[in-house]
Design a protein around this ligand. Structure first.
Ligand code: ADP
Length: 403
């Protein structure tokens, strides 16, 4: 079974082709700057046991041309991945917002497409691009089954006391204003890997999973199900992120509008694109902020203190939500690579059962690794996330069910 995973953004398409029978990645890459003059394709070529990146610069008009380029690369005889697009059995699409309609991965039908379109008001930046990817893939890989994997699905069974906002019921019932949560594919993937590593059934494992990338969210997972998560109606709330503010008093928005005369789009831009590590610490990249801090920059120091304190606060909150926690899991760019963030986020949690081992935490980590001190009641793990593999696995499972 060959499964192509597509993550279509507004100006980019990330892809990976899996051979599920051989449990291997055949190729992958990124088509970016779609719609601009200077488009680029970066395609992985595996030859003689080595991985090389092939880069081509060209104008890529739209998603259709982008996916056609991908189809041509896949069947290019010199690259030797496949000989015909019909060899691809299924295409698994990342779809950001499934609203209250989609609780699990599903084969795409015309009704599913309509529903994803209906959800555009809830995800105006993401669902249109995801939809475009689906529509073009249906034409270019026409013999493949198309499957949608939703970022929100993992969180869609949270208890109502966790997903409701304390605002008038009508705003929820008529307009769907509630917590949806995001990064679900990553939180689920690392939860499965953690349970396997702990030799426990997922259904009996309680975890706190911290996905710390450019966007960041933290989730309380009870028995393999999300019971609370730090993002909300949108990906803006919760942790401090690369450029997003995370939690903020909504009255600040009124103040910026009423007293400082900012327009709603301006405030949207500030909170989503100019805040977080960038707004306080001068860069959206944690490595840069750390370098600034090492040079004595007080703003960078403050940004790191805020960033790690916010994570710590959520860990404490989710310990309370879960009651019993088997492991705390760090994943994504920062979670996998920053001993500094892991260490400072866990400082002071010793009395709650979380104690890190400094040497284990400081080592370079490429695979599932436990970093707690001996005797720490709660395990602390670093698990590299793999959202593409999770999308491929879920796509495979859906196809098997329908056969
Ligand atoms: P995305 O959300 O875009 O998928 P990633 O999960 O790739 O993001 O995470 C990107 C972030 O990871 C970068 O902004 C950077 O701050 C952080 N990061 C990557 N490598 C390191 C590292 N070695 N040390 C600290 N932070 C890192």
């Amino acid at each position: 079974m060959k499964i192509l995973v597509i993550n279509a953004g507004s100006s980019s398409i990330k892809y990976q082709l899996f051979d599920m029978d051989k449990e291997s990645v055949l190729t992958g890459g990124l088509i970016e700057r779609i719609g601009l003059e200077s488009g680029r394709v970066t395609h992985n070529v595996f030859q003689d046991g080595t991985k090389q990146k092939m880069t081509r610069e060209l104008t890529i008009r739209d998603h259709r041309q982008g996916l056609q380029l991908l189809a041509d690369l896949l069947v290019d005889p010199k690259l030797g991945v496949i000989t015909d697009p019909s060899e691809i059995d299924a295409v698994g699409h990342r779809v950001v917002h499934g609203g209250e309609r989609f609780h699990k991965t599903i084969v795409i039908t015309p009704e599913v497409i309509d529903a994803i379109r209906d959800l555009i008001p809830l995800a105006p930046l993401h669902n249109p691009a995801n939809l475009k990817g689906i529509q073009v893939a249906m034409e270019i890989f026409s013999s493949a089954v198309q499957v949608a994997v939703f970022d929100t699905a993992f969180h869609s069974n949270m208890p109502d006391w966790a997903y409701r906002y304390a605002i008038p019921n009508a705003l929820y019932r008529q307009h769907g204003i509630r917590v949806y949560g995001f990064h679900g594919t990553s939180h689920l993937y690392v939860s499965k890997v953690a349970a396997r590593h702990l030799h426990k059934p997922l259904a009996a494992t309680n975890l706190i999973t911290a996905h710390l990338g450019n966007g960041a969210s933290i989730t309380a997972v009870r028995g393999g199900k999300s019971v609370d998560t730090s993002m909300g109606f949108s990906p803006l709330p919760g942790l401090m992120m690369g450029t997003r503010s995370g939690d903020i008093d909504p009255a600040v928005v009124f103040h910026l509008h009423d007293k400082l005369g900012m327009s709603v789009p301006e405030i949207d831009h500030i909170l989503n694109k100019e805040s977080g590590l960038l707004g306080v610490g001068g860069s959206n990249d944690l490595r840069d902020v750390q370098q600034r801090q090492e040079r004595g920059d007080a703003d960078a120091e403050l940004a790191l203190n805020m960033y790690t304190y916010r994570i710590k606060k959520y860990i404490g909150a989710y310990m309370a939500a879960l009651g019993r926690v088997d492991a705390l899991v760090f994943t994504a760019g920062v979670g996998e690579n920053s001993p500094y963030v892991r260490w400072h986020a866990c400082q002071g949690l010793e009395n709650l059962g979380i104690k890190l081992d400094e040497d284990r935490n400081d080592k370079r980590i490429n695979d599932v690794t436990e970093i707690q001190a001996d005797g720490s009641p709660i395990k602390v793990m670093v698990i590299p996330t793999n959202e593409e593999l999770e999308i491929a696995t879920q796509t495979n499972a859906v196809i098997m069910e329908t056969r």
